[in-house]
Write a protein that binds this ligand. Structure first.
Ligand code: ATP
Length: 322
């Protein structure tokens, strides 16, 4: 293996830079050249790349975002775009490709490999943590810490003014950010796409709330079927006219900022193992870490959207918030 390509694709996630650095430094140690393509699959379609050296990845381990930029590439979704990416691969004589991204990015990798037999290894990079085959995806830990930090601040004002805050967090299809941050913040309830009866559950639960406590935190995943925090907040204003209900959408602040220590370490390990995996003949697999052990999951399995919410954690949230 002499030369590999590297992309970051889909939504940006803190820790992607740490992963890029690990890929480049590991490859350099093995005398493998790394070409970084800009804006995910867009860079492969256009052959827009930079040669990544040890010094090019200096001083990035602590930075959020991705130095390679990222994008959602419409052009790569077509046969023509994928053929253009193959032309880039052949022209640059790539022996392998590492894709840092989420399930969509791995679907893209599968599409690419159906056109050309290039070994591709994935590193799970998404704040949603919605992939099979790893305990934590790159970006998730930082995102939930950002959420906790913001909600702690909101709680101060919620308590002082005795208000109910309905707070929207990211998660179009998955409620994992909502669930974990709710436990960490002592929130009263969550509303998530995976549970269809959670609004009725909340109305029922309110009957057992202590009368003396007037401030409450309710966390809503953006993909909840009631229309996120706006939808839930407006419904609650009608149901509970005696309460002062405020709506806050945390938005993009969640995916920014310096990656946590855990993020940097996980991302570094995954980047290292991705290069080793290509060297050892792995193809069309995603690197993951489960119970501190590296593991390899075929893209076909990793992208299957299963509901991996831990029902114990839902129960525990319910008990602790009563
Ligand atoms: P996130 O979890 O942050 O959303 P993601 O990797 O799932 O990350 P997507 O936008 O779903 O983000 O996918 C990234 C890119 O992968 C898309 O913009 C597209 O270029 C490519 N892609 C996704 N699905 C396919 C597919 N079925 N065929 C070809 N390419 C695809």
């Amino acid at each position: 293996m002499k030369k590999i390509g590297l992309i970051t694709s889909g939504g940006d996630a803190p820790g992607m830079n740490a992963c890029i650095r690990a890929v480049v430094r590991t490859a350099c140690a093995e005398h493998i050249e790394v070409l970084g393509f800009y804006r995910g699959y867009e860079g492969l379609v256009d052959d827009d790349h930079v040669k990544l050296t040890k010094s090019k990845v200096a001083n990035i381990i602590h930075r959020g975002g991705t130095i390679l930029k990222t994008a959602r590439s419409e052009r790569f979704m077509s046969d023509k775009g994928q053929q253009m990416a193959v032309t880039t691969i052949i022209k640059n004589q790539l022996d392998g490709l590492i894709v840092i991204g989420g399930d969509g990015s791995f679907r893209g990798a599968l599409a690419l490999s159906s056109h050309y037999p290039l070994p591709i290894v994935g590193c799970p990079g998404t704040i949603d943590n919605d992939l099979i085959g790893t305990d934590f995806t790159i970006g998730y830990d930082t995102a939930i810490n950002n959420v906790v930090d913001a909600i702690d601040k909101i709680r101060d004002t919620a308590e002082s003014h005795e208000r109910i805050f309905v707070i929207e967090v990211m998660g179009r299809d998955a409620g994992l950010i909502a669930l974990r941050s709710a436990i960490a913040c002592g929130a009263e309830a969550i509303l998530i796409p995976e549970r269809k009866d959670d609004f009725e559950f909340l109305l029922e639960k309110k009957k057992s709330w202590r009368q003396t406590k007037k401030s409450r935190i309710i966390i809503v995943a953006e993909g909840d079927e009631h229309g996120g925090a706006m939808g839930i907040g407006n419904l609650l204003k009608k149901e509970w006219p005696d309460f002062d209900i405020r709506i806050t959408i945390l938005g993009h602040i969640q995916r920014g900022g310096n990656p946590t220590c855990m993020e940097r370490v996980n991302a570094s390990l995954m980047g290292y193992y991705a290069v080793k995996a290509l060297q050892n003949g792995h193809a069309n697999e995603m690197i993951g870490i489960i119970n501190k052990q590296v593991c390899y999951t075929p893209f076909k399995e990793a992208v299957k959207h299963i509901e991996n919410l831990n029902s114990d954690m839902l129960r525990i949230l319910d008990v602790l918030s009563s």
